[in-house]
Design a binder for this molecule. Structure first.
Ligand code: NAG
Ligand code: NAG
Length: 158
């Protein structure tokens, strides 16, 4: 079942895709993102530096410990969220120009403790699938956050 994850080597040589595509069989996490619960949003980075396939490309974010595991799906025509995990409804967004820019990062609004987990960003077309990156998201509870200055304007973030 994992055979479709592998590029034929001739195709690889032909287009010589850069590094991030080639880690399909590894489980190394590309990054850990930490955020406090209740922040406006959190960005889970995913950048693809190769050539996006022309025929019906898909960008897919999943979280493997959930069923359904689909967090966000983008087609050429736009978002396709009909099979999205309902817990993420209206919470996710991606750039409109992602297929041109390769910036597949996912924005998650109002992160909750339960959003903590390992997310996988993939690119696929009708024949192949590439794991682009993995992000471990850690959403921290209020007690670990510095107390917000109540009502006061605070510049602690800058
Ligand atoms: C990628 O897109 C996100 C929005 O989805 C944006 O916040 C971020 O700055 C972009 N990254 C780069 C390197 O442009
Ligand atoms: C996410 O990945 C890390 C590192 O591999 C692992 O320690 C952790 O248990 C994973 N979390 C989940 C929810 O699978």
């Amino acid at each position: 079942p994992s055979s479709h994850l592998f590029l034929s080597s001739s195709l690889l040589e032909l287009i010589s895709l850069p590094v991030c595509v080639l880690t399909v069989s590894q489980h190394a996490l590309a990054g850990v993102v930490e955020v406090n619960e209740g922040e406006e949003s959190v960005l889970m980075p995913c950048y693809f530096k190769g050539m996006v396939p022309e025929d019906n490309p898909l960008v897919i974010w999943t979280r493997s410990d959930l069923n359904p595991s689909l967090i966000h799906l983008r087609r050429d025509e736009g978002d396709d969220l009909k099979d999205q995990h309902q817990g993420y409804r209206d919470q996710t967004s991606m750039r409109h120009d992602l297929l041109d820019t390769g910036n597949f990062s996912l924005t998650l609004r109002k992160p909750r403790l339960s959003d903590s987990g390992n997310y996988t960003c993939r690119l696929a077309d009708e024949r192949e699938e590439w794991r682009v990156t993995e992000v471990q998201l850690k959403v921290k509870g209020e007690q670990q956050t510095p107390p917000p200055a109540g009502g006061q304007r605070s510049n602690y973030r800058k």
